[in-house]
Write a protein that binds this ligand. Sequence first.
Ligand code: GLN
Length: 469
Amino acid sequence: MSDPSDALASAKAAADRIVKLKRLNACLTPIKELRKSLAVQASTAHPSGVLYGMPVAVKDNICTLEYTTSCGSKILEGYRSPYEATAVAKLKAAGALIAGKTNCDEFGMGSSTEHSAYGRSFHPFDKTRVPGGSSGGSAALVASGAVPAALGSETGGSVRQPASLCGVVGIKPTYGRVSRYGIVAYASSLDQAGPFATTVADTALLLEAMWGHDPCDSTSIPSEPEPVLARLEEGVAGLRVGVVEELTDVEGIQPAVRAAVDSARNLFEKAGAEVDTVSVPSVEYGLSAYYIIAPAEASSNLARYDGVRYGLRAPAAEVATMNALTREAGFGAEVKRRIMLGTYALSAGYYDAYYGQAQRVRTLIIRDFSRAYERFDVLLAPTSPTTAFELGAKTSDPLAMYLSDVCTIPTNLTGATAISVPAGLDAAGLPIGVQVLAPALGEAVLLRAARSLEAGFAFTARPTLGEAA
Ligand code: GLN
């Protein structure tokens, strides 16, 4: 596509599809505003970019100039960022059209997109179920065909888990590969943006457009990433694949998910890879360590929402009361829970017992994965223990909700990379995902292995626009 009228047509078609899928509550941008912005973007987009004319929806915790950035929170309702995220700027420089902001759990805290101040999102295959989270709106829009690609963010699995539940591809790049500049901080040592698409090739295309060193992010990796798209079809002959025992036999795993991992294993073997099982014992403690580290960092990052600088302000006669009333009114229950957990974990006398200990566990997990990668090039595991669960099933039981990320969170703690690939449907017709994991900076081999699985599974299930739940 290099003709501006094609870009305009593509923009218009995306907006039409988003309107048609309004019931998913996946896009937070009002339709009039979306149409207007897409038309402007289509007529000014750079025609020689590799993403020219491609509508890409963006999670609401990623700053854009075109639309508000509310992070799914009341406290940032109507907030307009004065700058845009580097990842977004890079996608635009490649010709992409930013197709609205997607619904998410407030500040990325959740696994179902039910913790959004703007209402929950729905699964595109089944309106009684969740699309996963926290980037559920992005996953639902891609799965339902409204947009070919979307941006999400991960702190603990929030791209891969909804990708798995919705039947699309989602990657968590190595920490520091995609700039965090303009991505609203949840837990800074874990946060990383990643794309969703329906194919591994499109995922790689977006990744190549958005990653690379950024002087605006002090944790950005200074080296240039190696190309991934050109090596996608190299196959997996001779590749050593380790099936992670602890994640495959995780408590509560649905038999169909377990079976999908076995199918993935067989596909790898058929394609010439050498597959064996591997133990990564400390992954068992991943969830516990994460739920100390992430809330601790969140409690510090979210201190900035004080009613003075951003968004909501609850009027009061003196400042401390204004701060307290603003936070009381602006944050949802899950965010408050995280702030309290994090503040407690960091408090004097408890710091070493909680935060210090969690950091030591994090080091242990990194060490165990390094050992596994001495024997294997990539690892294989389920993405989530279950397929999409019913709306409301876990909202009153935070622990059950947290367990949905048990297989994805270890990767965030190590800073490495992993990708979820659709692997079939369960008996209820809901998508199953399996994930491939690779060491830090291993995106080339990761995507190559994912491409091989994609070819083997040949997953095509999509709700058609009319049928989307
Ligand atoms: N579900 C996890 C949490 O609530 C992860 C969220 C994320 O990756 N943004 O913290």
